[in-house]
Each structure stands twice: as structure tokens, then as C-alpha cells.
Design a protein around this ligand. Structure first.
Ligand SMILES: O=C(O)COP(=O)(O)O
Ligand SMILES: [Mg+2]
Length: 234
């Protein structure tokens, strides 16, 4: 559904999700997961499985991986104890190889530059820990484009909670009709709806293998460059 143009014209600022939206980071997340599992003498898991576990930050990714590998419930005390032990190892492995196999999705750099040039304020709102977010943005030459960067641990709550988007509106002194959230996961769309801001869902990301359209964003795009049709005069 394309909303009447007037609603898009209000937009002054855009919050972008990171993993599965700007950067395909699963290959390195999978490598760090497998390096951690190997230290626990557990077998490797596939990249497809890891892709289905990404979306709620590093800790939940590892919780899902350990739950799968040990065939133990995610909330069992035994698994929580193992998670506490292994989490520092995952953080170590991922920090070592943040961008070895990760890549920018097609069109991301060019379109972000065009949006910035057109006057939009740009932010990253990710559930990835902040300490990984900045080096990744730097590695891909994106860091200068954003005036706000929020990681999953920057505030008391992460997406799908609206807090990161509310924080941006406060920081930028804008209202909810002026902010747009762009992301690949239902967490992005749920956060946007909870903050009463518009959202665009991207189909090429992760979203636990589910159709992003089911979350009913205001628009769905198959490619990052399709954002132009809503946000830039042709
Ligand atoms: O690291 C994750 O689990 C998800 O990160 P994202 O919010 O940038 O998609
Ligand atoms: Mg994402």
C-alpha cells in the first residue's frame, strides 16, 4: 500500500535498522557462533539457522544457539548458567571478525548519501551491542552519515520497545509524524507502531524467515534503492 504522498512529505528523519537492512552480517555472526560452540565441543550450526536466530541482540542469539545445541529450553536455569559462561567467548570471537564476510547490501551507500544530501537526519537503531555497531559502520564507510547511533544496549530497552525511537524524537525535537523507521524485522515494525511512527519493511533481510508484510509496515520494499520512490523527488 502506498500512502498519500503528503504523509511521506512530513518525514524529516529516518531510523535505520542495521543487521539485515544495511549490512548482511549473518556470515560473521554465524562464524562467531560456531567458534563459540566449538569451544563447548558442540557441532557447527548452519548459516540458515543462525539467520533465523538474529534480531534480538547478541545475547538472545547465543541463547537460541545453546538451546538448540543442548536441546534445552531457553529459559532453563542450566541453559542460563551456560549462557553466562559462553557469552564472553562469543563477544570475543565476534569482535575479532566483525566484517570478514559481512557486506553492505546493494545501493545502501549511494541511497544513504542521497538521503543525507536531501536534508534528512539519519540514525541507526539496532539491537546489536553498541561496541560492535560503531566499528562496523566505520568499516563500511557509513559512520559519517548518521548523527545518532543507538545499539541494543544503549538504552534501558531495545526494539520492539518504542524507547529508542522515542529517544530519537526527543533528541531531534521532532514529532512522530516526522520520523520513519526502515528495517527488515518485525521488531522494527512493532517498535515503529508502538512509537506511532511510519515504517518501511525490507524483504531481503532476516525476520526469522517470516514475511515482513505480515507485520503491516506502511510500505514494503524489495531493494534498498526503492526507498527513493517514497523519500526523494525523482
Ligand atoms: O543483532 C541483532 O540481533 C539484530 O540487529 P538489528 O536490530 O540491527 O537487526
Ligand atoms: Mg535487522
Amino acid at each position: 500500500m502506498i500512502l498519500p504522498k503528503s504523509q511521506w512529505l512530513n518525514i524529516q528523519a529516518i531510523a535505520f535498522d542495521l543487521d539485515g537492512t544495511l549490512i548482511d552480517s549473518v556470515p560473521d555472526l554465524a562464524a562467531a557462533t560456531n567458534a563459540t560452540l566449538a569451544e563447548c565441543s558442540l557441532p557447527k550450526v548452519s548459516e540458515d539457522l543462525v539467520r533465523s536466530w538474529v534480531g534480538n541482540g547478541a545475547q538472545i542469539l547465543m541463547q537460541r544457539a545453546l538451546s538448540y545445541s543442548y536441546s534445552t529450553a531457553e529459559d532453563s536455569p542450566e541453559l542460563q548458567a551456560r549462557l553466562e559462561q559462553t557469552m564472553p567467548r562469543f563477544m570475543h570471537h565476534y569482535a575479532e571478525h566483525l566484517q570478514q564476510h559481512s557486506r553492505l547490501y546493494t545501493g545502501v551507500l549511494e541511497v544513504l548519501q542521497q538521503l543525507k544530501q536531501a536534508g534528512y537526519k539519519l540514525a541507526v537503531v539496532t539491537n546489536k551491542p553498541y561496541r560492535f555497531t560503531i566499528p562496523l559502520l566505520q568499516a563500511f564507510g557509513l559512520d559519517g552519515l548518521f548523527t545518532q547511533v543507538l545499539g541494543g544496549d544503549s538504552l534501558a530497552k531495545m526494539k520492539p520497545d518504542p524507547l529508542p525511537l522515542q529517544h530519537l524524537m526527543d533528541q531531534w525535537n521532532i514529532n512522530s509524524s516526522q520520523l520513519l523507521m526502515v528495517g527488515d524485522s518485525k521488531n522494527d515494525i512493532l517498535a515503529a507502531k508502538a512509537a506511532n511512527v511510519m515504517s518501511i519493511g525490507l524483504t531481503y533481510g532476516y525476520n526469522y524467515g517470516e514475511d515482513i508484510g505480515l507485520s503491516e509496515p506502511d510500505a514494503v520494499c524489495e531493494h534498498f534503492s526503492q526507498l527513493r520512490q517514497y523519500l526523494l523527488s525523482q
